[in-house]
Design a protein around this ligand. Structure first.
Ligand SMILES: Cc1cc2nc3c(=O)[nH]c(=O)nc-3n(C[C@H](O)[C@H](O)[C@H](O)COP(=O)(O)OP(=O)(O)OC[C@H]3O[C@@H](n4cnc5c(N)ncnc54)[C@H](O)[C@@H]3O)c2cc1C
Length: 413
């Protein structure tokens, strides 16, 4: 960033998991960037960095490796050594084991709080990046040759001018609204309850997917022998669950999960997420790109949202970094770069959105062959080597062009 904090090449609005990772990526090519975040990232109430557990696929691990962040994350992730899939009240189960798949882990779990904290801890020392937080985007004007963002810091008004604005400001994106981009919304009649707990038997790196009559239930291994629970519930069941005491809730969870990890000893606080799919009409607009939840918000059933967003920002960073490497004075908001990003990423986004939506429908079927198909599981699709490829070949066609980062190569050579 130039010493003048009001001018930059790229303004990223939203410093959640997606915006902060993109900011870090752009810093590798010294692209002058301002990152605007409404909340203080260290603040316990920062909703983007809550107790949710993200299951990082191996592709995401490669992207973080290419960015040089994996060595820090390795200290705080828990490898998934196996995934155990079962259905309550039915015979049969399947187990996918990392060793048998020829990989050291099927994926890695991490709490959003820890992932967000690790990324943000790297941002303050980057020369080309200015982080404004807490700072809130108030309004946005798009001009022919720049964008002008009006920003509130404490009670005072500021202006940031940039060549390109990236909307990473979540599902209710102010940037998207200012640009007049419409969204398609599917409201699922479901809520996810998230809670972390401790069990009598150590998880040993096992993840569990269990299909219960009230909805799919995932137990994800976490560091320090804790387990991250994601339980999808009907609104009626959610109402019952939210009114229970910790003791009653533990008993209900135990009944649904069974005794595979012995007694559930302690549970943390419960958070509830209404589940929707929100798709923006387009990923780009004049001098603007939408990423993460601002572009596409998915049901967490297959743990794909952040993994997909990482592939998007790896591609966007590559387009911008290459443009700048070829010409240091290039206008990064030029529509040719944005068109090339959209052409690259639109297909993958649509396919993942359709696939995730199809999975929700699949869970609605109680009997028949679909009930067997669904045993492939919640986290499984994005984590099992080969399963995603198989799915891609069967239902999505061959997977498209991979970014350098997604191939495990550095962004800037
Ligand atoms: C229950 C659940 C489980 C999930 N599990 C997985 C998983 O296992 N794997 C996976 O890949 N994905 C998972 N996801 C999806 C994943 O959480 C999202 O993809 C990810 O959080 C999107 O991050 P984001 O940065 O785009 O949006 P957000 O996290 O919403 O961040 C947006 C940021 O923008 C800031 N902001 C908003 N408005 C302004 C403004 N006007 N000015 C300045 N700043 C602003 C906000 O403060 C916030 O920090 C899950 C989601 C849920 C709900």
């Amino acid at each position: 960033m130039s010493s003048d904090k009001s001018h930059c090449d790229v303004l990223i609005v939203g410093g959640g998991l997606v915006g902060s990772t993109l900011a870090y990526a752009l810093s590798q090519a010294k692209i002058s960037t301002v990152l605007l975040e409404e909340r203080n990232p260290g603040f316990i109430g920062q909703p983007s960095f809550d107790d949710r557990v993200t299951a990082l696929a191996n592709g995401s691990q490669r992207i973080f490796q290419g960015l040089g962040l994996w060595k820090d994350l390795l200290e705080v992730v828990e490898p998934i050594k196996s995934i155990h899939i079962s259905e309550r009240g039915r015979f049969g189960m399947s187990r996918i084991i990392a060793e048998e798949e020829g990989v050291s882990a099927l994926g890695y779990t991490i709490e959003n709080r820890v992932l967000g904290g690790t990324i943000w801890s790297k941002l303050s020392s980057l020369d080309s990046l200015t982080c404004l937080a807490p700072a809130k985007l108030d309004s946005l004007s798009i001009k022919t040759d720049e964008i002008i963002a009006r920003v509130k810091i404490d009670d005072s008004n500021h202006e940031v001018r940039a060549k390109l604005v990236v909307a990473a400001d979540g599902i209710r994106s102010k940037v998207r609204e200012s640009l007049g981009i419409a969204v398609l919304t599917d409201v699922y009649d479901q809520q996810a309850v998230i809670v972390n707990c401790q069990t009598e038997v150590p998880h040993g790196g096992q993840a569990f997917e269990r299909f219960t009559p009230s909805g799919p239930l995932a137990f994800l291994p976490l560091r320090h022998n804790r387990v991250g629970v994601v339980w999808t519930l009907s609104p009626e069941k959610k109402k019952i669950i939210s009114d229970l005491s910790d003791k009653e809730f533990t008993a209900e969870l135990q009944k649904s999960f069974g005794n595979r990890l012995g007694r559930i000893n302690r549970v943390g606080s419960r958070s509830f997420y209404p589940l929707t799919r929100v798709r923006s009409d387009t990923l780009i607009s004049s001098r603007a790109v939408l990423v993460g939840n601002a572009a596409l918000n998915l049901h967490p059933v297959a743990g794909q949202g952040f993994n997909l967003a990482l592939r998007d920002i790896a591609a966007l960073a590559e387009v911008l970094v290459d443009a700048q490497c070829n010409n240091n004075t290039i206008d990064l908001g030029d529509s040719c770069f944005l068109d090339s990003y959209q052409a690259w990423r639109y297909g993958d986004q649509q396919r993942v959105a359709q696939f995730t939506h199809g999975l929700i429908k699949l869970f609605g079927y109680k009997l028949g062959p679909l009930a067997i198909t669904r045993s492939l599981g919640l986290v499984a699709f994005d984590l099992i080597p080969g399963a995603k490829g198989m799915l891609a070949r069967q239902t999505m066609g061959l997977s498209g062009r991979l970014s350098r980062l997604a191939r495990g190569l550095p962004l800037v050579s």
